[in-house]
Design a protein around this ligand. Structure first.
Ligand SMILES: Cc1cc2nc3c(=O)[nH]c(=O)nc-3n(C[C@H](O)[C@H](O)[C@H](O)COP(=O)(O)OP(=O)(O)OC[C@H]3O[C@@H](n4cnc5c(N)ncnc54)[C@H](O)[C@@H]3O)c2cc1C
Ligand code: SF4
Length: 332
């Protein structure tokens, strides 16, 4: 690993100045992703700005809004009383990720900004447009079983990337329509989680719409009517400690056997957590039946395409949507 300078500011402004003013500087929180990337030579920051001493750990609920500090640990959020009571979908998604030890180190901000797990991104001997722009995409003709089926269109195939965003938590946050709070050299702003990550387009090296030096300070979720009927379904190769092949966050607001509103998002299918707005709309006013769910799954799959080894996701994804909705509705 390349030597680096280590800094530990206790003020937000100082931390932001340290990173925004230096292209070689990076924030570090739990380090569970960044240190792996550094050990493998995928990134080599000259300066690590440890943000663990910033006051960003609180989880608090005020006037209908749950605010989760960016440094709250994944395990703390999953076990928090208000999260369990108001947004159990988020707790379920978090509990399905990684291992107990990792969840005790991983932070909310780091989870949102973790890098893809595409094997080729981690293998510096092989071409990868995300790691090295315009070098090629080894996954296109290679091992792409875990890769994207949505949002892969590109005008320039030489710049393509079919990697997926690996976070479970972000899928639940997308379904819960969470806001992400940012602080940067230009001040503070908030962004919908659905707008934070980006599709690869012509710049697969960019994962997000964050500006240089912007720091995630918190995530906010407004009260909703989904707590009673929600479910996070994660399909994976083994029961724990495995990334999603496909995952679904499903939430229903049910009134007298009819769906008043629905939220659906998927993981393991796109370069970003994939919100299924058209499928959500198709469920509104429909009876709570398997047939309504199957129709929504059909709507959800419009535009999906496989790349060979991951063609099975074209069947698995709609089945997972139906199953997640059935479980959320309390039918199966
Ligand atoms: C073996 C293994 C299995 C895993 N399985 C899963 C899984 O099944 N599901 C899942 O969702 N995840 C899984 N993970 C990923 C894990 O959840 C992430 O590594 C973790 O959430 C990252 O959080 P961190 O605080 O350690 O981030 P770090 O490694 O410290 O940082 C990650 C990135 O975020 C940036 N960053 C961190 N905090 C901030 C902030 N507040 N503002 C701006 N930038 C910031 C850093 O600069 C870095 O680029 C797994 C990880 C491992 C190693
Ligand atoms: S899918 Fe993306 S991350 Fe994977 S090899 Fe292709 S360009 Fe790299």
């Amino acid at each position: 690993m390349k030597p680096f300078q280590y800094l530990r500011p206790s003020k937000l402004k100082a931390a932001i100045e340290m990173v925004s003013g230096d292209p070689q500087a990076r924030y570090i929180a739990g380090g569970t992703n960044l240190i792996d990337l550094m050990k493998r030579g995928i990134v080599a920051p000259e300066k690590l700005v440890d943000i663990n001493h910033l006051p960003l750990k609180k989880i608090e609920y005020k006037t209908g809004v749950l605010r989760i500090g960016a440094l709250a640990l994944n395990s703390e959020v999953a076990a928090h009383e208000t999260v369990l009571q108001k947004h159990p979908l988020l707790a379920q998604a978090l509990d399905s990720g990684a291992s107990g030890q990792l969840r005790n180190m991983a932070t909310v901000g780091g989870n949102i900004l973790q890098k893809t797990r595409c094997t080729y991104f981690y293998d510096t001997a092989l071409p990868c447009n995300k790691r090295e722009p315009e070098s090629g995409c080894s996954a296109l003709e290679g091992i792409n079983r875990l890769h994207a089926i949505f949002g892969t269109e590109t005008e320039n195939p030489a710049k393509t990337c079919i990697a997926v965003h690996p976070s479970d938590m972000c899928v639940a946050l997308a379904a819960l329509d969470a806001d992400v709070l940012l602080s940067g050299p230009g001040g503070e702003r908030r962004i919908k989680i659905a707008d934070l990550h980006r599709l690869p387009g012509a710049n697969p090296e960019l994962d997000t719409n964050l500006e240089r030096g912007e720091l995630i300070t918190a995530v906010e979720i407004r009260d909703n009517a989904f707590a009673r009927n929600s479910h996070y379904l994660k399909v994976r190769d083994r029961a724990s400690y495995a990334f999603a092949i496909v995952s679904v966050a499903a939430a229903l607001d049910i009134d007298n056997g009819q769906i008043r509103s629905a939220r659906l998002a998927m993981g393991g299918v796109a370069h970003k957590p994939w919100r299924l707005i058209a499928a959500e709309k198709s469920l509104e006013g429909q009876p709570v039946t398997e047939s309504s769910f199957r129709k929504a799954a059909e709507v959800a799959m419009v535009g999906a395409r496989g790349f060979g080894q991951n063609d099975f996701k074209l069947k698995l994804a709609p089945n997972a949507i139906v199953q997640a909705l059935l479980t959320a509705a309390g039918i199966e």
